[in-house]
Ligand binder design. Structure first.
Ligand code: NAD
Length: 530
């Protein structure tokens, strides 16, 4: 069985070759296809990789009956119905980091253009005019650049700016001052940045806090003669306020890769000290190639069962958490399978207790993993998986609580509890041992230790003489060889729990017969743990 990947747009050839040359994958590469053709082609595909042209709407998602992942070769996902993909449990990934250097390069390009009046100079010489008297510019060395937002692109701009001899200051309330300090960037207040920078460059995201964040009062606080650059998002700047600042002569030059109005009518076009590029920050051959390669590798890795690096509709897994993810995912999957088999009545709360040593962003992913297994047997209809499990649980009115304990004995231990109106229905605790074994250490009140491997029985029975013998004889009579056996007892309840592993799969009719043995409360059989 091969995974089919549909690429309905132009993607770098080197990236496509990666799919073609892998025996586990089949590439369906279509360009300029009609919507109907696309819907047809996607029917049996496991993955879809698009750039910005293909409209990945409900219709197309529904047509992808086997679709597991949508890759966006680039950053923006405006052309993908993310909410619907999430609802259907389809992972959306993008390649957000591959164009960062290109945007940083362009930022420096805009700064150099303005400081050296290159746009005027080029236009003039094209007309055969070599007059240069009014083209005196500024050298960058010694100037101060103020970065508003100092994340991935901001820091790349800083590095380049430092090479030009610029002093770099930044305003970013959410970044670690230590990190910036180690890179020679001085973190200062918003007001001080506005007042002291010779060049101001925006590198922050657009959201409700940053919409029109640079407006009349901010321009008024800038130094007279400042250069103003925006390669981030147009709506962060209030355009009428920018025009007023230009009219007032406060700004020596403005360089924009993003504008609120992409048309001939844009009033900014008439200013000779304003240069505008048509949103080409990421438009380089290098960025396009990397974006293609990264998204193809990401899609192939995810289909092979690895965690996503750049998920859009799923919490991002930090690099330090990647190694931990797989064993904890497997432990939670096993705990969830056992716990759901014991839960026969309705519940409205699930509590998962994590050890303090797990990175916080991992918790949400692990909780979703748990829910996806736990709810699978209860939820009908839509497939449930790690993408949509939390949403489905919330829709069903199930409260999910993640708690963290600093208890030393809780290292690499996870406890999950199911409750109804405050009463605990069932609980299970599991652990990853030093040699990476996945074990259960407690089920409800039973302190019972067993590894979650192989063909496993859990059997609760009355604590009376002959019961263990009766169960073992029954299995022997049915030619079932016992591999391992552990028992725990609850004296106050007069019951025992047995965890019993057998060598081979057991037929359902034998399990049914075992359930009928005298004084057995319940039997659960797990055909095969990983
Ligand atoms: P990033 O998330 O790595 O960094 C953004 C930084 O902004 C973060 O450090 C964050 O703490 C900071 N920030 C958030 N809110 C802030 C606020 N109110 N004030 C100050 N700082 C704030 O993002 P990035 O990849 O560096 O991208 C930066 C911008 O560049 C984004 O707007 C992105 O859309 C844009 N971008 C443009 C192009 C292009 O073609 N021109 C291409 C890629 C990205």
């Amino acid at each position: 069985m091969k995974w089919s990947v549909l690429v309905p747009e132009k993607l770098d050839e080197v990236a496509l070759e990666l799919i073609r040359n892998d025996k586990d994958f089949e590439l369906i590469n279509l360009e300029d296809s009609s919507v109907d053709k696309l819907k047809d082609a996607i029917t049996n595909c496991d993955a879809l990789i698009v750039r910005s042209k293909t409209q990945v709407n409900k219709e197309l998602i529904d047509a992808g009956k086997k679709l597991q992942i949508i890759g966006r070769a680039g950053v923006g996902t405006d052309n993908i119905d993310l909410a619907y993909a999430e609802k259907k449990g389809i992972l959306v990934v993008n390649a957000p980091e591959e164009s960062l250097d290109s945007v940083a390069d362009l930022t420096i390009g805009l700064i150099l253009t303005l400081c050296r009046k290159l746009h005027v100079a080029f236009e003039r010489t094209r007309n055969g005019n070599f007059h240069r008297k009014d083209l005196l510019g500024y050298e960058l060395r010694g100037m101060t650049i103020g970065l508003i937002g100092c994340g991935r692109i901001g820091r790349k701009v800083a590095k380049r700016a430092q090479a030009f001899g610029l002093k770099v200051i930044a305003y970013d309330p959410y970044i670690s001052p230590k990190l910036l300090e180690s890179e020679g960037i001085e973190l200062i207040s918003f007001n001080n940045l506005l007042k002291s920078a010779d060049i101001i460059s925006l590198h922050l995201p657009l959201n409700e806090n940053t919409y029109h964040m640079i407006s009349t009062s901010e321009f008024a606080r800038m130094k007279k003669g400042v250069y103003f650059i925006n390669t981030s998002r147009a709506e962060i700047v209030d355009t009428p306020a920018l025009i007023a600042a230009l009219e007032e002569g406060r700004l020596a030059g403005v360089g924009l890769d993003v504008v609120e109005e992409e048309s001939k009518e844009n009033p900014l076009l008439k200013y000779s000290n304003v240069v505008i590029s048509p949103h080409i920050g990421a438009s380089t051959y290098g960025a396009q190639r990397n974006v293609g390669l990264i998204i193809v590798q990401e899609v192939m890795n995810v289909l092979r069962g690895h965690p996503p690096r750049y998920p859009v509709n799923f919490p991002k897994l930090p690099s330090e958490a990647r190694e931990l993810y797989i064993p904890f995912r497997d432990l939670l999957t096993n705990l969830a399978s056992i716990l759901i088999s014991l839960t026969e009545t309705s519940f409205n709360k699930i509590t998962i207790r994590y050890p303090e040593n797990l990175p916080r962003p991992l918790l949400s992913i692990l909780t979703r993993t748990f829910l996806s297994v736990f709810l699978r047997t209860i939820v009908s209809g839509d497939e449930i998986n790690v993408i949509n499990s939390q949403k489905i649980a919330e829709e069903r009115g199930i409260q999910i609580i993640e708690s963290i304990t600093s208890d030393k004995s809780f290292q690499n231990v996870i406890e999950a509890k199911i409750q109804m109106n405050g009463e605990v229905l069932n609980a299970i605790t599991g652990q990853i041992t030093a040699d990476q074994k996945l074990i259960v250490t407690k089920i409800n009140q039973y302190d019972i230790k067993f590894e979650t491997t192989g063909h496993l029985f859990l059997i609760e029975f009355l604590d009376r003489p002959g019961m263990i013998g009766a169960i073992c004889s029954f299995l022997g009579e049915n030619s079932i060889n016992i591999a391992e056996l552990q028992v725990a007892r609850l004296l106050h309840l007069g019951t025992q729990l047995m965890a019993l592993k057998v060598d081979d799969p057991v037929k359902p009719e034998v399990v049914a017969k075992l359930r009928k043995l005298k004084d057995i409360n319940w039997v659960q059989y797990y055909p095969k743990f990983a």
